[in-house]
Design a protein around this ligand. Structure first.
Ligand code: ATP
Ligand code: MG
Length: 314
């Protein structure tokens, strides 16, 4: 059983004039055995948000807000307790590009063993490793191979198996299907679905709304460090409210109806000096005067949307 509540979280890289608030007042919640997709274009802060949840932000720090796991703040516990009892045991992360950072000089088995070693695992190591590999549909023969001897899809399964090794209740998977061909993508998606069926909660980070829609119960659309729309997958996908979400959906290729494809003009604002009002203002086809100076948040049936178009429903 695990619930996650991220409340008004701010994460900063650098300091002074160089400070970048990569996550800037983000809130969302995840119930037990739910999955949430975090979607948005490159550099909007998705990985930073995931890294904050496992308290491992190289070069960055949480400057305000909170992260509650089963109603208890994980930002206040000591590093010792977090490392010993929470990271990898309750929350594990499949880091973006992790399959490319497998150590080339060690076999896959040695890399699994090292994780158990670091955590002082006292159970049956061989069985635990074999079970994890089996759970992701890999043959145990993979364990004796070096990373360069297995395919990209197999490597990605191996890093997912590593995250599952200590049976965490919550897994954060950062772009787990990026750079894989569509058939392997489909395999990884069905693997994540299976993990969810077996009781795991999932935070799936992706720039691809199509992939997220396959797995997620909820979705958070991020733009320039903020969540601009949050709700159930069903509601957001069938009735996107924020103009950015609408643009994102229209720019997702479909086999049928691909002629609708649009591409957004312009670029997201700098996170070092973001605009005062809505961060999508410059690119928004619906922008009004007040959007330039005042950022809104409006409740929806199942979440919220940060857009003045919906002010009336407040
Ligand atoms: N270590 C760092 N030091 C300084 N700035 C950083 C650092 N890591 C990330 N950033 C900045 O923080 C912002 C968010 O980066 P992040 O990696 O979270 O984005 P992302 O949404 O995961 O992007 P992508 O889809 O490309 O993976 C970007 O502007 C990035 O340049
Ligand atoms: Mg990223």
């Amino acid at each position: 059983m695990v619930t996650l509540f991220v409340r008004d979280l701010r994460v900063q890289y650098g300091s002074g004039d160089n400070a970048v608030n990569a996550v800037d007042g983000v809130s969302f919640s995840l119930e037990d055995n739910e999955s949430i997709g975090i979607v948005g274009e490159s550099a909007c802060g998705k990985s930073t948000l995931g890294l904050a949840i496992v308290r491992s932000i190289p070069g960055g720090r949480v400057i305000s807000g909170d992260i509650l796991l089963d109603s208890k703040s994980i930002l206040n516990v000591s590093e010792e307790e977090f490392t010993g009892n929470i990271r990898w045991k309750k929350i594990a992360m499949v880091f973006q590009g992790a399959m490319n950072s497998l150590d080339p000089v060690f076999t896959i088995k040695q890399q699994f063993e090292e994780i158990l070693q670091v955590h002082g695992y006292s159970g049956d190591r061989i069985k635990t490793i074999n079970d994890a590999v089996d759970a992701v549909g890999l043959p145990v023969s993979v364990l004796d191979k070096f990373p360069h001897e297995i395919s990209g899809g197999m490597k990605q399964r191996a890093v997912i198996a590593m995250a599952l090794l200590l049976r965490p209740k919550l897994v954060i998977a950062d772009e787990p299907t990026t750079a894989l061909d569509v058939l392997v993508q489909a395999q990884i998606i069905s693997l994540l679905k299976k993990m969810k069926k077996e009781g795991m909660s999932l935070v799936l980070i992706s720039h691809d709304l199509g992939i997220v829609s396959e797995i997620s119960d909820k979705v958070a659309i991020m733009y320039a460090g903020k969540i601009v729309e949050f709700g159930t997958m069903q509601e957001v996908y069938s009735n996107p409210k924020h103009p950015y979400t609408q643009a994102l959906l229209k720019s997702t290729p479909k086999i049928k109806g691909g002629l609708d494809l649009i591409s957004l003009k312009g670029n997201p604002p700098s996170l070092a000096s973001p605009p005062a009002g809505c961060r999508f203002y410059d690119r928004c086809p619906e922008a009004k005067e007040r959007c330039e100076t005042e950022p809104p948040v409006t409740k929806t049936k199942t979440g919220y949307v940060s857009c003045w178009l919906y002010e009336e429903s407040k």
